[in-house]
Write a protein that binds this ligand. Structure first.
Ligand SMILES: [Zn+2]
Length: 135
């Protein structure tokens, strides 16, 4: 499997703790400090408690595949031919099944919806991408 070279968008600090967590081997997403509701993508305003501010929480890194697709041919201009094929996953973290994290499948396993997976961050150049392997 290849790895697409999509550097994370770090033009704001909104997702910086997510990528710092990946670099440390940890999956972190945001939650409401009042009621504990998890959110991914980080909300700028919490729908449940708009007067409060989201906090970052470390998760176990375990989850299940909600959906996936395999990219056989990159349509991006100048894409590295070695970046394909790669499989993009929507993973529901075990502690936050109402959220879904876009990530990559690591290795050559055949993905299946409902398959249990665990975090396996991918070093790609100067950044780290979210990746998962079968649990
Ligand atoms: Zn809340």
């Amino acid at each position: 499997m290849g790895v697409p070279n999509f550097p994370p968008r770090l033009d704001t600090d909104l997702c910086k703790p997510f990528y710092e967590g990946l670099a440390a081997g940890e999956l972190r997403i945001t939650a409401c400090p009042e009621c504990g509701t998890f959110y991914w993508y980080p909300p700028e305003v919490l729908p449940c408690h708009p007067e409060s501010h989201a906090v970052w929480k470390p998760l176990s890194g375990e989850g299940t595949i909600y959906s996936f697709t395999t990219v056989e041919r990159s349509l991006l201009p100048g894409a590295d031919p070695a970046s394909v094929p790669h499989t993009i996953l929507l993973v529901e973290p075990a502690e936050a099944p109402q959220t879904r994290i876009i990530s990559l499948l690591v290795g050559d396993a055949e993905p299946v919806c409902g398959m249990r997976v665990k975090l396996s961050p991918i070093a790609a150049g100067e950044h780290v991408l979210p990746g998962f392997v079968p649990a």
